[in-house]
Write a protein that binds this ligand. Structure first.
Ligand code: HEC
Length: 322
């Protein structure tokens, strides 16, 4: 698609998001309300950067770019091999192109950065690797240690190649710069690193365990201050991720939730949960305290309907499981 045509498509999607953002403001916290959008002027392609890259916004784009940006896109269905049957994207069928300009069918990655590089950005060395959750779509590249400059990373995301789709056909250069800023903010300590919160655990449920040393009492207070107004004091006000309560989710998917703290839940009223003015280590301490507090199955019970909960002896919460 030509640059200006893409610009119009993205702008149209933003207008839609502005309208739904106003709706979200009037509804307050609700499970289906999209986040309020911050209006910003559309940039002429080739012009100067209109704003500094934003790593938190980049985290949401890394998670699920179309939901984060209000772009109409439904990924090609990975189950129907050989047929492109999604919607949106440069071909209108839910595929993106690879570096060579050919359509890339969905091999299970859903065209999400987090599926290509993992929740922890470490590719096959991380939690999606063979020893842990063993996801077939994860790439070998470890974004936390790869020797690419920011520009090189932005170019690779834009043009695609080696299993990466050409994201430049659906994301503008500011949005790609946000994703790169997210990666470098994590690497350089402005945002929390996953290994400050949990460690990989080969061959056990979920492939990870929370780090020791949390202050559970403080975490409980932070849940009350930062999460309860939406999720309820016991975390059961509305189901999350289909069927979980806040407690049952965080007890089983902390490898995922650390990213939700940074970028929020794309397409909902939950924005970044990290206070401004702290460095990555302070954020990581808050997150670990909160996740440890949420390991209390009595104070934060599983939801109804429930997708199941961590059983006695489950290692993910370690000694915090109550
Ligand atoms: C402004 C309201 C709001 C606040 C504050 C908030 N959340 Fe959320 N949260 C939501 C909404 C809405 C969803 C999406 C529910 C859905 O799936 O539709 C959500 C989803 C989640 C999810 C599920 C992510 C997934 O994979 O589906 C987790 C985990 C979560 N929140 C954790 C937290 C934690 C921890 C806090 C406190 C630090 C918090 N939230 C604060 C509104 C909020």
């Amino acid at each position: 698609m030509a640059d200006d045509a893409r610009g119009r498509a993205v702008f149209g999607a933003r207008l839609g998001r502005l309208a739904s953002g106003a709706l979200a403001l009037s509804l307050g916290c609700s499970a289906s309300a999209p986040p309020p959008a911050t209006p910003r002027p559309e940039r002429e392609s080739g012009g100067d950067h209109a704003r500094a890259p934003d790593g938190r916004r980049g985290a949401a784009i890394y998670d699920r770019w179309w939901a984060a940006l209000g772009i109409d896109f439904r990924p090609d269905n990975a189950a129907s091999a050989d047929v492109a049957d999604g919607a949106g994207g440069p071909r209108g069928d839910g595929t993106l192109n690879g570096a060579g300009g050919k359509a890339m069918l969905n091999g299970g990655h859903d065209y999400r950065f987090k599926n290509l590089f993992g929740w922890d950005l470490r590719g096959a060395d991380g939690v999606y690797g063979a020893q842990y959750l063993s996801k077939p779509h994860v790439l070998a590249t470890d974004l936390l240690s790869v020797d690419w400059s920011r520009q090189e990373m932005a170019d690779r995301f834009t043009r695609g190649g080696a299993g990466v789709p050409a994201f430049g056909q659906v994301l503008d250069s500011d949005q790609i710069a946000d994703v790169v800023a997210f990666v470098f903010d994590v690497r350089e300590g402005r945002l929390p690193r996953p290994d400050q919160i949990w460690e990989l655990s080969p061959g056990t449920a979920g492939g990870y365990r929370l780090k020791s040393g949390a202050n559970v009492e403080r975490g409980r207070q932070l849940v009350g201050e930062r999460c309860a107004r939406c999720h309820g004091t016991d975390g059961r006000r509305f189901p999350i991720d289909d069927s979980h309560s806040l407690g049952s989710h965080t007890r089983q998917k902390a490898y995922e939730d650390w990213l939700k703290f940074i970028g929020g839940q794309p397409g909902t009223s939950m924005s970044s949960q990290l206070p401004e003015g702290q460095d990555g280590a302070a954020h990581a301490a808050d997150i670990l305290d909160i996740l440890a507090a949420l390991c209390d199955r009595t104070a934060f019970p599983a939801g109804e309907p429930s997708a199941g909960d961590a059983a006695d002896g489950d290692v993910r919460c370690g000694a915090y499981l109550k």
